[in-house]
Design a protein around this ligand. Structure first.
Ligand code: FAD
Length: 541
């Protein structure tokens, strides 16, 4: 049944990847489900024609079949509210500017993506149906690597693997800091989402330096020192002069980022990875309190991961290997399975960097603190080729791996996952409280608790991967309800998400309050009065 949702986007009842494939013979112009509500079909057709004139026929995807890859998403979307109208892939800044002109002329909403692999948060799908994906994958030049300063300037379509290959080919002695799915994703997309990695350069937005942005009206801005004529320090100094602008182009819909600068980590002469294991769920409080001072004084310099056993098991196993009941997998079952594989209930991966002398000086201090709190401190000597240890040892030096994507196979055959990522202050009582609340809500819906805490300086991102079977419509509905309940109930305790999937962007925005929402709306109105850039992104229409 056709209907207009509260965002005013035309929708029909059941539409999904399968039904899109089945409908491949139909023109999207006959299919009101995918069209932006504000555009009549003939106007949409005219806009598409103009887009083709800009980028060429091969780079406009405006029928159900060619749009299909852009509809794929792992997060629950039981009401099919995130179906794009098509995609357009420009090759240059000038083409982006020309596309924006067309979008303003016709009121065509555009959802920019860099590599479009925002897994667990919606992939390339838009916050509201009918948006056309502005796919920047063809803009994939590594524009500059400054080998003296250790800086990079890249376009959106460059992947971490592209950059790694370039550094290796040119024998440049730098490490990259990568998310755990590095090879196929982009520094630009990841940094704009304020993503994280696991070397000392793990806070990607902190290590970002300078942007080029196309605003909705087509004007081009360079942030920081990039605005200065004959600039030589664009990638060297973050702050420039006057209001700091880069932040407003992250997790927002205020512009299209066409270049991004960031810093590269000089490869250290020595590196030593560790894991600390604890056996009880409640021990997360001990880990947090032990690690906090070392992150504050930087004796442990990297983005530490505290990995829950169920998350670790899910990387290389399926749920049915351990547990066949529908209800949440109990702690004692998880604990036993983990122990058999040389894992604890919590596995905290950190590393020391520098010279052998520096590492030898720091190791006893850190080791002593963890052991005093009941942790087992293990290194390559004890862990050997344990695949989980090897995986994290590689990540903490910027290694390229896709092993973690295995978690999507945990349950059933349909591969569904959605990340809920509340922020916790780095205090044991906070992480213990978050873990208890997550377990309680997930258990109500029969989902397992598969967590990771990514430790920043004074906070932790609690990454709760809700793993479900997307091929089961009932389970998809339950997953959707469960993640919404987590967002609302965590926020009641002051715990809001740092990032969220396209289906819950408005719900998370609500947790940040009316004044914050109103300011974002005013900036949006000033920069994009026709609301053509990613309406609904971060809850900003
Ligand atoms: C198992 C697993 C592990 C993961 N591990 C990590 C991890 O360790 N760290 C982490 O941070 N994430 C992680 N992720 C989440 C995600 O896959 C990565 O963050 C990934 O980098 C995002 O995809 P992308 O780089 O293709 O970004 P994109 O999908 O291209 O972009 C993400 C969003 O940013 C905006 N955007 C992108 N480019 C532009 C642009 N040029 N201009 C304006 N707006 C833009 C858009 O809203 C877009 O939807 C993980 C996911 C899974 C499934």
């Amino acid at each position: 049944m056709n209907g207009v949702n509260r965002r005013g986007i035309l929708q029909m009842g059941a539409i999904g990847t399968a039904s899109l494939a089945a409908a491949a013979v139909a023109s999207p112009l006959d299919d009101a489900r995918m069209l932006p509500h504000a555009i009549a079909p003939d106007q949409f057709r005219a806009a598409v024609k103009q887009l083709r004139a800009i980028v060429g026929d091969a780079w406009v995807f405006a029928d159900p079949e060619s749009t299909l890859p852009y509809t794929k998403s792992l997060i629950p979307d039981p009401q099919h509210r995130h179906v794009p109208s098509g995609a357009v892939a420009p090759a240059s800044v000038e083409e982006v500017q020309a596309i924006l002109k067309v979008a303003n002329r016709y009121g065509l909403p555009l959802w920019p993506v860099s590599t479009g692999k925002n897994m667990g948060y919606g992939m390339a799908t838009p916050a509201t149906s009918g948006q056309m994906i502005l796919d920047l994958k063809r803009m994939n030049r590594i524009i500059e690597i400054d080998a003296e300063l250790g800086t990079a300037l890249v376009e959106p379509g460059v992947t971490y693997q592209d950059l790694r290959d370039y550094l290796d080919a040119n024998k440049l002695p730098f490490w990259l800091d990568v998310p755990t799915v590095g090879p196929i994703v982009s520094p630009v997309g990841n940094t704009l989402e304020r993503g994280v990695g696991y070397t000392p350069y793990g806070d990607h937005f902190f290590m970002q330096c300078g942007m080029e942005v196309v605003l909705a009206d087509g004007s081009l801005v360079r942030t920081g020192m990039g605005s200065v004529k004959n600039a030589t320090a664009w990638q060297a100094f973050k702050w420039g002069y006057g209001p700091y602008l880069d932040g407003i182009f992250t997790q927002s819909n205020f512009g299209v980022v066409t270049k991004l600068g960031f810093w590269l980590m000089p490869a250290p002469p020595a590196y030593k990875p560790f894991v600390v294991q604890y056996d009880e769920m409640d021990d997360v409080a001990k880990v947090t309190d032990t690690i906090r001072p070392f992150r504050m004084n930087n004796l442990i310099p990297n983005g530490v991961l505290i990995m829950g056993a169920a998350y670790q098991l899910a990387m290389f196993n399926r749920r049915a290997d351990f547990w066949t009941e529908a209800r949440q997998m109990p702690d004692d079952v998880i604990k036993a399975a983990a122990r058999q594989r040389g894992l604890g209930m919590w596995n905290t991966y950190f590393a020391l960097y520098g010279t052998d002398e520096i590492i030898a000086a720091i190791e006893p201090i850190v080791r002593g603190a963890f052991e005093a709190s009941g942790g087992r401190v293990l290194t390559e000597k004890e862990m050997g080729d344990n695949p989980w240890f090897q995986h994290h040892a590689s990540l903490m030096k910027g290694g390229m791996t896709l092993e973690e994507i295995g978690i999507v196979r945990w349950r059933g055959s349909g591969g569904g996952m959605v990340a809920f990522a509340p922020v916790a202050a780095a205090k044991g009582a906070e992480t213990r409280g978050q873990t208890a609340l997550a377990k309680e809500i997930l258990a109500k819906y029969d989902f397992d608790y598969a967590p990771a805490y990514a430790v920043g300086g004074r906070e932790l991102h609690h990454i709760i991967f809700l793993l479900y079977d997307k091929s089961d419509p009932e389970e998809e509905k339950k997953a959707d309800a469960c993640v919404r309940e987590m967002i609302v109930r965590f926020a009641e305790r002051g715990w809001a998400a740092y990032r969220t999937g396209v289906s819950t962007m408005d719900l998370v925005a609500q947790q940040y309050g009316a004044a914050n929402n109103a300011l974002n709306a005013r900036i949006k109105q000033a920069l994009d009065p026709n609301h053509i850039l990613a309406p609904g992104k971060q809850g900003i229409m």
